[in-house]
Structures are given as structure tokens and as C-alpha cells.
Ligand binder design. Structure first.
Ligand code: PAF
Length: 281
């Protein structure tokens, strides 16, 4: 695996592959890789000849009250996992390379509507940071396809909308969430949890699965959501939100909608966890 931090070197390698007519897949990450990330690389292999991954803990998507300094960094481990997964090129830029003028003077990309509610409301500016870095990385790597995990469901919709609105010639491939045996969605944030807290956190997925089953027989979305929130809180978490939404627009679902996603976020110990479940009615 070739590892580059420099934009010129990255572009040279990409240009060579382009000249050879090779198809390029991209897996952007913030590092601290787990089986979920590796499943993105595995999916990428199904669609392309060369796989580019990036590791960049993007300061623009962290709020003022979120401690980016504490974000788990495991670069050597990550590199080994990417080598094992047969990644061809790893891009590891510094914040100075990505934002040479500083965050305040950086042009940004903001995707309206899908960025606004849910995590967009709880974490103001988060999706602006995500769409800006993903757009910039897309321009640097110029992939044919890019893989994103569905655990970050709202993020996938934001990126898909950005690609459509800006006519970026990139196919977005959403990849199913990898879960622990308990149902807990794999996440770098699970590293903040003790074993006991992990058991508590598993109740988030349980509550969503219950809600998904109920949707097949009960249309009282408000009552169902309230019950699920109570269950999560009773299990020892602090629910941030649970919303039943239209799967693509993320608007609150109407009783006529058939493509549904239930989005949820909850605090458990020091971690803020998110999860979701798609339901086809
Ligand atoms: O999902 C993530 O890890 C990040 O939000 C992403 C897409 C790599 C952008 O920094």
C-alpha cells in the first residue's frame, strides 16, 4: 500500500491509474478503523480496480463543545488493517494541507434540508464540515465510486444530495451497518464505552427493532416514538432523539409513506451513539 500525505503525490498516482483506464473507488475515514470500515473497503473491491482510502480527523465537522483532541487515533493499526484489506493507496493529509488558510477562511459546502434536523440540529455545523471535506476529498481523489456506511444514515443522504446537486460524476455506494453480536452498531465511539455501558448501548438497536416491528401494525408514530425513548432512557441511556422519517428526504414520515427510516441518537456514558433502521411498509 502506497501512503501519501501530499496532494501532488496523490494526484500523480491517480493520474497514472486514470491513464491506464482503471476504475477507482474511494473510502474516506477518520481512522480508528473497525470491521465496519473494512467492510467498506471489501465493498469497494467489488466495484473498482484500485482502492483509495483516506484517514483525516476533520476539524470542520467537530463542534466547539466536542473534543477533537480526544478522538481516538490509531494510525499504525489502521495502516495494517488497510494493507490486509488490500487497499492500494492511503491518503493521510494534515489539517494544514487540507485547510491551509485556516477553518475561518475556508470555502464551504452546505447541503440544505437533509442537513438541518436530527444530528444537524444536535450538532450545529457538523454536516457543513462533512460535506465540505467530502467534496474536497472527492476533488482530490476523483473516484468513480465512493463507499459510505449506513450507520451514518443522515450523512449518506447529505452526501448523496451534494453529489446530485453539484453534478459530481461519482456513484455513492451505501454499505449496511456492521453490528456486534448484541446488535450494537460498530463505531469508533464505542471505544469510549465500558463493558457494562456496551450492554446498555445494545438497547438502542433493540428499541429501534421493536419500533420497526410496531410500524407494521401501528400508525401512531408519536406514541411509538415516546415509548421507544422511555425504553432507551430506562435502560440507562439519555435519548437525544428518535424520529420516524421518509427514507430519502428525511422529512417526518406521513402515514402514507412506505420507505421509512427510523433515526436515533442517544448518550451512553461519555459517548453519543447514533443508529437507524430502515423499514419498507
Ligand atoms: O464518516 C466519517 O468518518 C466522516 O464523517 C467522513 C465521511 C470520513 C468525513 O470526515
Amino acid at each position: 500500500m502506497n501512503i501519501v500525505s501530499d496532494i501532488t503525490e496523490l494526484r500523480q498516482q491517480i493520474n497514472e491509474w486514470r491513464k491506464q483506464g482503471l476504475k477507482i473507488a474511494f473510502v474516506p475515514t477518520m481512522g480508528n478503523l473497525h470491521a465496519g470500515h473494512i467492510s467498506l473497503v471489501a465493498e469497494a473491491h467489488k466495484h473498482a480496480d484500485r482502492i483509495v482510502a483516506s484517514i483525516f480527523v476533520n476539524p470542520m465537522q467537530f463542534g466547539a463543545n466536542e473534543d477533537i483532541g480526544n478522538y481516538p487515533r490509531t494510525m499504525e493499526d489502521d495502516k495494517q488493517k488497510l494493507v490486509n484489506a488490500k487497499t492500494d493507496l492511503l491518503f493521510t493529509p494534515t489539517p494544514e494541507i487540507i485547510y491551509p488558510k485556516g477553518l475561518d477562511k475556508q470555502t464551504y459546502v452546505e447541503v440544505p434540508n437533509v442537513s438541518d434536523g436530527y444530528c444537524g440540529e444536535s450538532r450545529p455545523g457538523h454536516f457543513r464540515g462533512v460535506s465540505t471535506i467530502v467534496c474536497k476529498l472527492f476533488n482530490l481523489v476523483q473516484p468513480d465510486i465512493a463507499c459510505f456506511g449506513l450507520k451514518d444514515y443522515q450523512q449518506v443522504q447529505v452526501i448523496q444530495t451534494m453529489v446530485e446537486d453539484l453534478s459530481l460524476p461519482i456513484e455513492i455506494i451505501p454499505v449496511a451497518t456492521m453490528r456486534e453480536e448484541s446488535g450494537l452498531a460498530m463505531s469508533s465511539r464505542n471505544n469510549y464505552l465500558s463493558t457494562d455501558e456496551k450492554n446498555v448501548a445494545a438497547h438502542l438497536h433493540k428499541a429501534l427493532s421493536w419500533l420497526a416491528e410496531q410500524l407494521l401494525i401501528n400508525k401512531d408514530y408519536n406514541a411509538l416514538t415516546e415509548t421507544a425513548i422511555k425504553t432507551i432512557n430506562a435502560a440507562g441511556m439519555r435519548a437525544d432523539y428518535i424520529h420516524i422519517c421518509h427514507a430519502r428526504t428525511l422529512n417526518p414520515a406521513t402515514i402514507d409513506d412506505t420507505e421509512i427510516v427510523i433515526l436515533a441518537a442517544a448518550h451512553c456514558g461519555k459517548a453519543r451513539l447514533i443508529d437507524n433502521i430502515q423499514v419498507n411498509l
